[in-house]
Design a protein around this ligand. Structure first.
Ligand code: NAD
Ligand code: ZN
Length: 366
């Protein structure tokens, strides 16, 4: 593997798992060899779309390296990321007598990864799992860092656990079949890394936009590699989000509220984009960003095809929905503000009025 093929994620300086960035599934067997899976059962978890597109290929690869391969699938979409789906998966694993030595593989986007990871974290108090992300968002973000979970009563990720994968295997060829809107939504999280702490990456993204939107393989690999490195750095420094890792929630407090009030008709990455604009506006109001920087952020997000405003939701209800987000500490929201382009920090003093102003800005009420 070349340097940019592989990133090793460490906790307390101990290597925990590799992120492999490849252009096909063909070398995946090496990961199974490392995990010594020959005598183990494997269940590949996918949604209705990734089942159709990739399941047969992955089964063909895995069957030689396993005692028994089966699959579990559910209807594609955030609506399936619930305890009900987890229950069905527990049921199948129980009936198939999966034990603690067996393995799950999450073959899909963030919904599959979060749900499969949560099942792996809780079934028999924890079994091994591998992430095989197939959307841009899941390749650069959700498959890394061990946050797993499901939604509860339409509150995002209300039930969850930290559970680290044994490997993250990225096959960039999977991106080719993504609907353009789903592909683009992943840029919400990619641009986020630039804004949090990597101004050079932010500039590089602007300069390489056309190649990235045209799926240029070289540009894509570079972008995925740099995004994974950004995520790796933050999760290594704070594996269980006790402090610094919260910066990754830039755009998410208001973004999650929008996601809920729009009843999941917008994709997660789209809501993150809208939420980042609200956070940028609040930062601008505090004098932390200039008017030009605020415009630059909006312009960059829109130029990738991401939404920067939203319609059809009520500003006060949106602010109320932010209170149900998990990013609260002693009744205060842990809000992520920007200090110029490429620097963020956690702030516990954002008032309801500022949230309302931020929401009105994305609703274009001002
Ligand atoms: N755990 C974390 O740290 C973390 C971080 C960010 C986001 N998330 C979660 O990730 C989820 C969003 O992930 P997502 O954007 O990948 O959504 P997703 O998993 O719903 O995938 C989006 C759509 O693309 C389809 N799809 C997947 N791969 C495909 C492919 N290769 N070709 C064609 N279609 C394909 C899916 O079937 C689905 O319809 C949210 O639930 C969010 O909360 C988690
Ligand atoms: Zn996110």
């Amino acid at each position: 593997m070349t340097k940019s093929d592989k990133i090793t994620v460490h906790y307390n300086e101990v290597p925990i798992y590799d992120i492999c960035i490849k252009h096909s599934f063909s070398s995946f067997f090496r990961q199974l060899e490392k995990l010594n899976t020959k005598g183990k059962k494997i269940c590949i978890v996918c949604d209705s779309t990734t089942k159709e597109l990739f399941l047969d290929d992955v089964i063909d690869l895995v069957k030689e390296y396993s005692a028994q391969v089966e699959s579990f699938s559910f209807p594609a979409g955030e609506e399936s990321k619930t305890l009900d789906t987890v229950r069905k998966l527990y049921e199948q694993l129980t009936l198939s007598r999966f034990d603690r030595s067996d393995l799950l593989i999450a073959l899909g986007g963030g919904v599959v990864g979060d749900l499969c990871g949560f099942t792996a974290a809780t079934y028999l108090r924890g079994i091994q799992f591998i992430q095989m992300p197939t959307t841009l968002l899941s390749m650069v973000d959700s498959s890394i860092g061990g946050k797993t979970g499901v939604d509860f009563d339409s509150y995002k990720n209300m039930v969850g656990a930290f559970h680290q994968p044994k490997n993250v295997y990225i096959n960039t060829a999977c991106l080719k079949t993504l609907e353009k809107r789903v592909y683009v939504s992943g840029f919400g999280e990619v641009i986020k890394y630039g804004l949090i702490s990597d101004p050079e990456f932010y500039t590089w993204l602007k300069e390489n936009r056309e190649s990235l939107l045209a799926y240029d393989e070289g540009a894509l690999r570079e972008m995925i590699y740099r995004s994974c490195i950004n995520k790796q750095k933050v999760v290594e420094s704070d594996p269980e989000e006790k402090g610094l890792r919260a910066v990754l929630n830039l755009g998410h407090t208001i973004g999650h509220a929008v996601e809920k009030l729009k009843e999941f008709s917008l994709y997660h990455g789209e809501c993150v984009s809208i939420g980042m604009v609200a956070a940028a506006y609040i930062s601008y109001q505090r004098g932390l960003l200039t008017a030009e920087e605020l415009e630059d952020i909006k312009e960059t997000l829109s130029s990738f095809g991401l939404p920067v405003h939203v319609e059809g939701i009520d500003a006060e209800e949106t602010v109320a929905a932010t209170k149900n987000d998990k990013k609260m500490q002693a009744g205060k929201i842990k809000f992520i503000l920007m200090k110029g382009l490429g620097q963020c920090y956690i702030d516990n003093t954002v008032s309801d009025q500022e949230l309302l102003d931020g929401v009105n800005y994305i609703l274009q009420n001002k």
